[in-house]
Structure formats: structure tokens, C-alpha cells
Write a protein that binds this ligand. Structure first.
Ligand SMILES: [Zn+2]
Length: 426
């Protein structure tokens, strides 16, 4: 089988060895090291023979590091870029929910579409090619945001694989009509179901209801959970219990879970082991967690991000994500997952090469496991979704917050970043 795209002189790991990646119909069909080629009598000239390659695209990586595409496991496209419409006084989670609810009342289809489009385009340029977006569903917004994001999913499929996770941000049992709307979205193409028990009048009942609904439609679950720094009254043990009861191992993710940063290592280890054994996965959202938690401290302010390294060592599948871009939950954002991973490394004091590599995996390979992506990775048979970096290894990319120079989705170039030019005086 002959390739239609060839990436040559690609660095794939720490070693100085270079590779050629052969792509056909958007998938890797062969990966060869230059050394291997010589052993097999492969002549480099063949690769560059113009007549033989007239109908192929040849991309010379010139020794750049090629890594699998980046993944946002948790983002909110529907409420992105609304910060200028809100007025923050306290900077608390409660205020963020109230202010967003106020702004949401005037959302229109076109408004949601345009703001979502802005974030998706930013994310593509930052090397992100997969995205699980949460979408708020309630009687005020109805299906407006859902329909706009659904259209974005179709319009940007060339560069971004989008998963829609519908959820009741303002509660389920205290918000009549929400359940029926959630069920409607599951019938109309929602990919999975999210939860937010801490805003519900009956948190445990919300969890149970959502497990039943997810199970009925055979979709995965993703909860906003335990989002404060009080070590008591955690919902996580109940999520673990329900995951086992519904036989939902590796189909349940919990986001934030900042309470885990407030418990002793011995207790953390016990709960982490239970999460690993039940297959409950976790996403840390450092930008939001840092902005909203610890507001009751005047000084010596806690960091308040979930301790991913301890969880990962206990066998929990983890990821890092942006969550919000320019809204009352997170007034900042450039949709760069490299920046989020760097932020997490900084806050969690991770610095060795293996620790920084792990931070890269939390926005790529581990995130792919969390989302059960079956065609992900630089291996024969997988989709050719990759980024190019001017770096020696993964840890350098995270340490120096390096942006990718180019990205491919299913073997097609989706963006290219030119080097910034310096103009020295004559
Ligand atoms: Zn969220």
C-alpha cells in the first residue's frame, strides 16, 4: 500500500534517531527509523524521487519532535468569552454560577455559535484536536446552546473531534423541566451526560438519577464534583459506589475534586485506590480551581488543585483541562493545553523530566484513555493526528510553554505557525 502523505526526519522520542511516518487515508500505515531503512536497503533518494512521489505530500519535519494531538477533556464552549458581560465582586463559585445564569438568559443561537467558534479556532492553533465540551441544559436556555454547539461539531470536524456532554449546571431536582430536556438531548445526539451535584437540592439523588439515565442511553458520565476545600462531605465515595453498582468502570470522570487537595496523604491513598479499582477517572482544572478556591483565606492561601501525581501513582487515569475561557469561572484563557499543563506543573511543584512528561500525558495520551479514543497515538493503524514542536523532548515543551509549529488531523495540515522574526539593527 503506498502512502499519500510522508512526514520525514521526525523525532519521536528522547533519542536522536529520526523517523519517516507514512500516512494513507488519514492513518499511519508505516513508521520507519532511518537506521532501519538503511538496514533494509532502503535508499533515501527513493523518498525524494520526484517522479515516484508526484502525487504525494512530503512534509520535512527537519528533526522536530512529533507528538500526538492535544486533548481538552473538559471545556465549556457555550459560556466562553462572556467575561465583559459580567460584574464580579467576590470571585466565588456561587457568584460565578449566578453571574453566568444571568448572562445565559440572553444567549442566542448565533451568539453561542460565534463564541464557541472563537474558542475552537484558538484551540486548533494550539494543537488541540479533541474536545469534550460541557453544555448547560435547563428550562431557561432550553436547547439553544446544545443546537449551536452541535452545529460547531459538524462545521469543525475537519480539525476537531468534539464530544457534547450535556449537564444540569443549576441543579436537576430543584429545577423542574431539566430532566426532560436532558433526555431530549440524549435522543438528539448528545454524546454523554454530565452532572453537578453540588448545585442540587438533593446531590445524591442527582447522582443516582444521572447514572440511571446514562445507563438507559448507554452513554458515559462526567461530573463536576467536590469543588471546595472542606475535606468533609465528599460525594466521591458515592460516585465510586454507583460506578460499581451500574458496572460503569472507566466510563465515569469527575472534574475539579479540589477536596482531595485538603485531605491527609493516608486518606488520599485509600480513596485513590478505590477510584482506581472502580475505574473512576479525574480531570484537574487548574486555572479555575486556582481562581475560585481559597477565597475565605486572607493570607497563606491554599493552592487547591487535585493532587494528580499521587492519584496517578495509585492507578487513577487523570487529565488536565482548560474548563473555562474568559468567564466568571475563569477570566483568562488562550485555549492552550500546553499552558495549562505548565500551570499545573508550577502549582504542583513538578519539575523533573519524568514529571513534566507526565504533565504532557495528562493533556494527551492519558486524556485519550480517559475519553476512550480508539484511534489515538503515533502507531500503525491509528489516525495521523499530530503536532510538530521545535524541542528535544516532551518535558521541554511543557517547561518552556512551547506552541506547536504545525498540526495534522487525519493526515491533513490544519494549521501552521511561523517563527517570530527579530529585526536586529543594521
Ligand atoms: Zn466545568
Amino acid at each position: 500500500m503506498s502512502a499519500d502523505v510522508i512526514i520525514k526526519n521526525a523525532r519521536l522520542n528522547e533519542k536522536n534517531e529520526l523517523y519517516s511516518l507514512f500516512i494513507k487515508d488519514g492513518k499511519f500505515i508505516d513508521i520507519q527509523s532511518l537506521k532501519q531503512k538503511k538496514e533494509e536497503g532502503f535508499k533515501k533518494q527513493n523518498l525524494e524521487n520526484k517522479s515516484a512521489l508526484s502525487n504525494k505530500t512530503i512534509i520535512d519535519a527537519a528533526g522536530q519532535l512529533i507528538l500526538p494531538a492535544l486533548i481538552e477533556t473538559h471545556i465549556h464552549l457555550d459560556k466562553a468569552c462572556i467575561f465583559s458581560r459580567c460584574q464580579l465582586k467576590e470571585g466565588t463559585l456561587e457568584e460565578a454560577i449566578t453571574q453566568t445564569a444571568k448572562a445565559k438568559a440572553s444567549f442566542t443561537y448565533d451568539d453561542v455559535y460565534q463564541r464557541g467558534k472563537k474558542v475552537i479556532e484558538k484551540a486548533i492553533k494550539q494543537g488541540t484536536s479533541f474536545m469534550r465540551t460541557h453544555v448547560e441544559i435547563d428550562p431557561v436556555i432550553g436547547l439553544i446552546s446544545f443546537n449551536a454547539i452541535k452545529q460547531l461539531k459538524i462545521d469543525y470536524a475537519w480539525a476537531m473531534t468534539v464530544e457534547l456532554c450535556v449537564f444540569p449546571q443549576e441543579g436537576l431536582h430543584n429545577n423542574p423541566g431539566t430532566f426532560e430536556l436532558l433526555e431530549q438531548t440524549l435522543q438528539q445526539g448528545a454524546d454523554l451526560l454530565g452532572g453537578c451535584p453540588y448545585t442540587d437540592s438533593e446531590p445524591q439523588r442527582q447522582i443516582e438519577t444521572l447514572f440511571k439515565l446514562a445507563s438507559k442511553y448507554d452513554v458515559d458520565l462526567d461530573f463536576h464534583l467536590d469543588f471546595d476545600l472542606n475535606p468533609n462531605n465528599m460525594s466521591l465515595p458515592y460516585i465510586i459506589e454507583m460506578t460499581e453498582k451500574f458496572n460503569y468502570q472507566h466510563r465515569v470522570t469527575v472534574g475539579h475534586v479540589t477536596k482531595l487537595s485538603a485531605i491527609e496523604p493516608e486518606k488520599l491513598y485509600i480513596i485513590a485506590k478505590k477510584m482506581a479499582s472502580a475505574g473512576v477517572q479525574l480531570t484537574a482544572l487548574p486555572s479555575t480551581d486556582l481562581f475560585l478556591t481559597g477565597r475565605d483565606h486572607q493570607y497563606n492561601i491554599p493552592r487547591g488543585v487535585a493532587p494528580l501525581m499521587s492519584l496517578a501513582k495509585a492507578g487513577v487515569c487523570c487529565s488536565i483541562s482548560s474548563n473555562n475561557i474568559e468567564n466568571p469561572f475563569t477570566p483568562y484563557g488562550d485555549a492552550s493545553q500546553i499552558r495549562q499543563a505548565n500551570l499545573y506543573a508550577n502549582v504542583a511543584q513538578l519539575a523533573t523530566q519524568s514529571e513534566l512528561s507526565k504533565c504532557m500525558h495528562w493533556i494527551s495520551t492519558d486524556s485519550a484513555k480517559l475519553m476512550s479514543l480508539s484511534n489515538y497515538g503515533i502507531r500503525v493503524g491509528m489516525d495521523a493526528d499530530v503536532n510538530f514542536f521545535n524541542a528535544q523532548n516532551e518535558s521541554e515543551v511543557i517547561a518552556t510553554v512551547l506552541a506547536p509549529t504545525m498540526g495534522l488531523k487525519r493526515g491533513k495540515i490544519t494549521f501552521e505557525r511561523k517563527e517570530v522574526e527579530l529585526f536586529f539593527p543594521d
